[in-house]
Design a protein around this ligand. Structure first.
Ligand code: GLA
Length: 345
């Protein structure tokens, strides 16, 4: 094994994700209900050497990361920071030479960075059979690369996706329960056209506001709305109300999906958007307009902003063909797909 003979060619594939409901609750140990999508990032190449050298089909500059990299955030170009974050967390014994390809749009909010991290981690030898460990490693990598204190949803969805199922993830125990997506439900993602430029700082602020609330009332995943009136700061109180009500909506949404009650599911999506807009303040006028436009379209059961907000995408659940994707500059019909995998060859 290793050290002699020809290196083996490997292909690691990791999907992006879209969250159907349950945003800004993963870092509070709440429930989320995302799907891994049929848009993915692939890393192909061979292990060896003491650097990870990756060429990207969509980036001008390659990533060159020594396996003993110290400060991933300082690595350039920008996309190489994610590679460096994984290398720093995994500390592989040998490097890798290969290329990255992706069908995921970068910066759209479909977790292209999580997909890159998970694919790189598998290519470098992270354990594919333990999706939680893989996701934790990649979450750490993302935090180290970007300084954004992200939760685990994106990386765990990419690692643990199940074809034709959404994942009910308990972000406290990190258990994953697949919930079938009914055949008559189509999932559509529409980009607002706004890049999430300020997302990093605002994301950290929201997370800190949730922590302020938790200092006063304890873990929000165990709280009920009535207890929140004791929170002194009105902003923290509103943020907490989003978290508590969103966790409730996710539980209901999982039941609605499992019983194929798409009318109920859609109502919960719309309520989730209102809560993210009014209580959590992460929507934008463009996202609100898109949600309204989609909800006015016959055959659409529900629509809401998805992911961190501050721009990015809206997700809708609708009857097949109800949304004409051609009406939008960037829109995708996505299918719930399997999680990351590593193949020889
Ligand atoms: C980003 C983060 C996730 C999660 C969402 C909001 O995608 O990476 O951990 O917090 O925002 O739900």
């Amino acid at each position: 094994m290793g050290g002699h003979g020809r290196a083996m060619r490997l292909t690691a594939t990791a999907p992006g994700r879209v969250n159907l409901i349950g945003d800004h609750v993963d870092y509070a140990g709440g429930f989320v209900l995302p799907v891994a999508v049929d848009l993915a990032t692939t890393v192909t190449g061979e292990r060896g050497g003491d650097e990870v050298v990756l060429t990207s089909a969509s980036e001008a500059e390659q990533a060159v990361v020594p396996i003993d990299v110290e400060d991933p955030a300082a690595i350039r170009p920008g996309w190489a920071r994610y590679v460096a974050g994984v290398v720093a967390e995994l500390r592989p014994r040998e490097g890798f030479v290969g290329e990255v390809r992706s069908t995921l749009p970068a910066g759209a909010g479909l977790s292209s960075s999580a997909a890159l991290e998970v694919a790189v981690a598998l290519a470098l030898g992270a354990p594919a059979e333990d999706p939680v460990a893989l996701a934790r490693l990649c979450q750490q990598a993302e935090q180290r690369a970007t300084g954004v204190p992200c939760g685990i949803m994106d990386q765990l969805t990419s690692a643990a996706g199940v074809a034709r199922h959404a994942l009910l993830i308990d972000c406290d125990s990190l258990t994953v329960e697949p919930v079938p997506v009914p055949d008559r439900a189509e999932i559509v993602v529409v980009h607002s056209g706004e890049e999430r430029a300020l997302a990093s700082s605002a994301y950290g602020t929201r997370r800190a506001e949730v922590e302020v609330a938790e200092v006063e009332v304890g873990p929000l995943r165990e709280a009920v709305v009535d207890e929140l009136s004791t929170i002194a700061d009105p902003v923290a109180r509103r943020r907490a109300r989003h978290v508590v009500t969103e966790i409730d909506r996710v539980r209901s949404a999982a039941a609605a999906l499992a019983s194929a009650n798409l009318e109920w599911f859609g109502e919960l999506m719309v309520a989730s958007h209102a809560s993210l807009r009014d209580d959590f303040a992460v929507s934008t006028p463009a996202l609100d307009r898109l949600v309204d436009q989609l909800m006015a379209t016959p055959g659409v059961w529900g629509a809401r902003l998805t992911g961190a907000g501050f721009g990015g995408c809206v997700v809708a659940v609708c009857e097949p063909g109800a949304v004409d994707l051609g009406r939008f500059e960037q829109a995708w019909k996505v299918v719930a797909s399997a999680g990351a995998r590593l193949e020889m060859g």
